[in-house]
Ligand binder design. Structure first.
Ligand SMILES: [Zn+2]
Length: 165
């Protein structure tokens, strides 16, 4: 890993200017959030083997990564990340370099936001309250409620089908 980086930074956990060693796995992914300080969320799609079905399936992976100041990664950037020692409870990757910009990133995020709205509307449809920041328990309760209603709907449908056939 030899790359010339002229800019300086005072980040102790920078692989170029600090003393953070990298080892282990390395991936290329897209930065989807940089809201946290010196931390970004990187997402990529990979193929995973599912033993049960004896085939490969696409899965998304998402990790928190350390984002040193000198690299200055932004949302939508394609970045190379590499494993390092755990920097916090959930952070054990660091960005090594920005490779470019993901094509159609903005559109992808917009589609994702739209999907969120649809989910909200679905909740409304089933008569559930929407609170601004629901707790985990509340979310669990709500999803259980939706599942229950969905199951009942399915049952009803099946009964109707049985009656007509
Ligand atoms: Zn640096």
């Amino acid at each position: 890993m030899k790359k010339k980086i002229s800019e300086k930074c005072n980040d102790e956990n920078c692989p170029f200017h600090g003393n953070l060693k990298t080892r282990g796995r390395s991936f290329v992914g897209t930065v989807i959030s940089t809201k946290m300080q010196k931390t970004a969320i990187v997402e990529w799609v990979g193929w995973y083997y599912l033993a049960k079905y004896e085939r490969y399936a696409k899965r998304k992976s998402k990790v928190k990564v350390h984002s040193p100041d000198c690299i200055n990664a932004k949302s939508g950037n394609l970045v190379k990340i590499m494993e390092c020692r755990p920097l916090s409870k959930t952070k054990k990757f660091v960005i090594l370099e920005v490779l470019g910009q993901e094509k159609g990133f903005k559109e992808r995020m917009e589609a994702r936001d739209e999907a969120k709205v649809i989910k909200k509307e679905e909740k409304k449809l089933y008569g559930l309250d929407i609170v601004n920041e629901p707790s985990k328990e509340e979310l669990k309760k709500q999803s259980e409620k939706i599942e229950k209603i969905k199951k009942e709907d399915k049952k009803k449908q099946e009964e109707e089908e049985d009656a007509t056939s």
